[in-house]
Design a protein around this ligand. Structure first.
Ligand code: 5AD
Ligand code: SF4
Length: 486
């Protein structure tokens, strides 16, 4: 771990040549960017402000915290409104096409705002930037963008920012892939009491509809010692709940020099004193081991929630999706998990309208939903991603057929989720208090182990604490309750 203060003193007068090793190199550029920002702030008599807008998944949310960590070190102050910020960063997602369209739309508006603020810089990063056609379009039609970088070199943000601040020119740096993992850079957490922790990057599964393996690169696991060290530091800093993040956490450790399983990693994390809750996502059904089920069943800290994307209930479609399990194997796995951890909450992702999906295939999906009875499900309309095998498959399903299936699926999922939610009525469960309720300031909001939210009378002193709450009234997908003990 780098001693930032010592570093700052050592480099009071920055040498001309930056260090070669990481993370020292990035600390050098943080210092360099800070000097430039300080000068601008003095000239303006106002501190520069930043706003990061995050699209997509938890992985992106965690990346945004890393960007914020660097910006705070550099001397920027967070701003709530995009138009008022001097540096706006869009951390983009490209899993589905509509996310891309949203970025272009917002970027156009931001271009207008930039005209009235000469200090404003615009940065773009995340998965969308890993697609060459996107960068081409930005270079051609969005010349006002200042900084473009991808998912593999996000750790270089300080260096890229310093380069942009110094040169005044558009900086574009995209890597195709990397096996590099840089540890110990600053992070600015959104919550004081819970945090995401990356345990692996990339994905090797190549589900035929999915662009992630192309934009996030090959699977690489973080060194378990670095993960444990990070969690220990988080706990020392007040964190009680961690969410272990990876595209496919069940294959954690396979690429390490000394391979280990995800279940083994969980056992080690469980030992960390002061850590109360462990969550993880995402699990791929094909890699979910008996060892993991056993660890979950015996753990006091792993939350009673498993996100297990099924994607489709039809074995024929699952094969075309390259998911490498059948409907029957998935249902058997669910049974096994439920037997070992009876009170577990199960959630899923489902895609409707994959190429070639017939009404019979769709009925199979409905059948899985009815059999598993998910606590909740994210339902997606299939989105054609160019470069993926599914994009060139024949029999793309017509839009109106997809829409009709999507509506029927959503109705089924919601109906079941509401029924499943009521089973907890009257029980007392431990909730981690997260925030004040947005709609009713007398209520606080807490999250149960099974990921349900409960709202109850309380005050802000409870934030970050685990409290026992009686679940009095089910409101469909959340509860109203009362604290019984703190
Ligand atoms: N179209 C629709 N949904 C997709 N997902 C991934 N790729 C696509 C696509 N091309 C969904 C999957 C995945 C979730 C994160 O996004 O359900 O689990
Ligand atoms: Fe995409 Fe499949 Fe990898 Fe998930 S497991 S990121 S759906 S390729």
């Amino acid at each position: 771990m780098i001693d930032k203060e010592k570093w700052d003193k050592t480099f009071h007068d920055l040498p001309d040549v930056p260090p070669v090793d990481e993370p020292e190199r990035q600390y050098y550029f943080i210092r360099k960017a800070r000097q430039i920002v300080q000068k601008i702030n003095e000239e303006r008599g106002l501190p520069l402000r930043y706003k990061i807008v995050t699209f997509g998944c938890q992985m992106n949310a965690r990346d945004s915290e890393k960007l914020a960590g660097i910006l705070e070190q550099v001397g920027y102050i967070e701003e709530a409104e995009e138009e008022k910020a001097d540096l706006v960063i869009y951390n983009t997602c490209t899993v589905r096409e509509n996310a891309n369209q949203r970025v272009y739309g917002r970027l156009g508006q931001l271009g207008h705002a930039k005209k009235s603020n000469p200090h404003m810089m615009i940065g773009l990063c995340g998965c969308m930037m890993q697609e060459p056609h996107v960068v081409e379009k930005l270079k051609k039609s969005y010349r006002f963008v200042d900084l473009i970088f991808g998912t593999h070199n996000i750790y270089k943000f300080a260096e890229l920012l310093a380069t942009r601040l110094e040169s005044g020119r558009m900086v574009i740096d995209i890597w195709k892939d990397t096996d590099k993992i840089v540890e110990d850079l600053p992070v600015e957490r959104k919550y004081s009491f819970k945090s995401g922790v990356n345990i692996m990057f990339g994905c090797n599964n190549f589900c035929s509809y999915c662009i992630v393996p192309y934009v996030r690169g090959r699977e690489r696991s973080r060194d378990p010692k670095a993960i444990i060290r990070e969690i220990e530091r988080l706990v020392a800093d007040g964190v009680v709940e961690v969410m272990l993040l990876g595209q496919n956490v069940n294959s954690y450790g396979k690429t390490l020099e000394e391979p280990m399983t995800f279940a083994q990693l969980l056992r080690e994390i469980e030992q960390i004193d002061g850590l109360e809750r462990i969550r993880f996502m995402t699990s791929h059904p094909k890699d979910l081991s008996d060892e993991l089920i056993e660890v979950m069943a015996n753990s006091k800290k792993i939350c009673k929630h498993l996100h297990l994307p099924v994607q489709s209930g039809s074995s024929r479609i699952l094969q075309k999706m390259n998911r490498r399990y059948t409907k029957e194997q998935y249902l058997t796995l669910v049974d096994k998990i439920r037997r070992a951890v009876p009170d577990i909450s199960l959630t899923t992702d489902i895609i409707v309208g994959f190429p070639g999906e017939t009404e019979e295939d769709f009925q199979e999906t409905l059948d899985v939903v009815r059999k598993v009875r998910y606590d909740s499900a994210f339902t997606f309309i299939y989105s054609k991603r160019s470069g993926t095998p599914a994009a060139v498959m024949e029999d793309q399903v017509p839009e109106d057929v997809i829409k009709d299936r999507f509506d029927r699926l959503l109705a089924e999922v919601q109906q079941i989720a509401a029924e499943v939610c009521t089973v907890h009525q009257g029980t007392v469960q431990s909730a981690l208090v997260e925030c004040r309720n947005e709609h009713d300031p007398h209520l606080m909001t807490g999250r149960l182990s099974n990921n349900l939210l409960v709202h109850f009378p309380g005050d802000e002193s409870l934030i970050g604490k685990l409290v026992d709450v009686r679940l009095d009234e089910c409101k469909g997908f959340y509860y109203i309750g009362e604290i019984v003990s703190i």
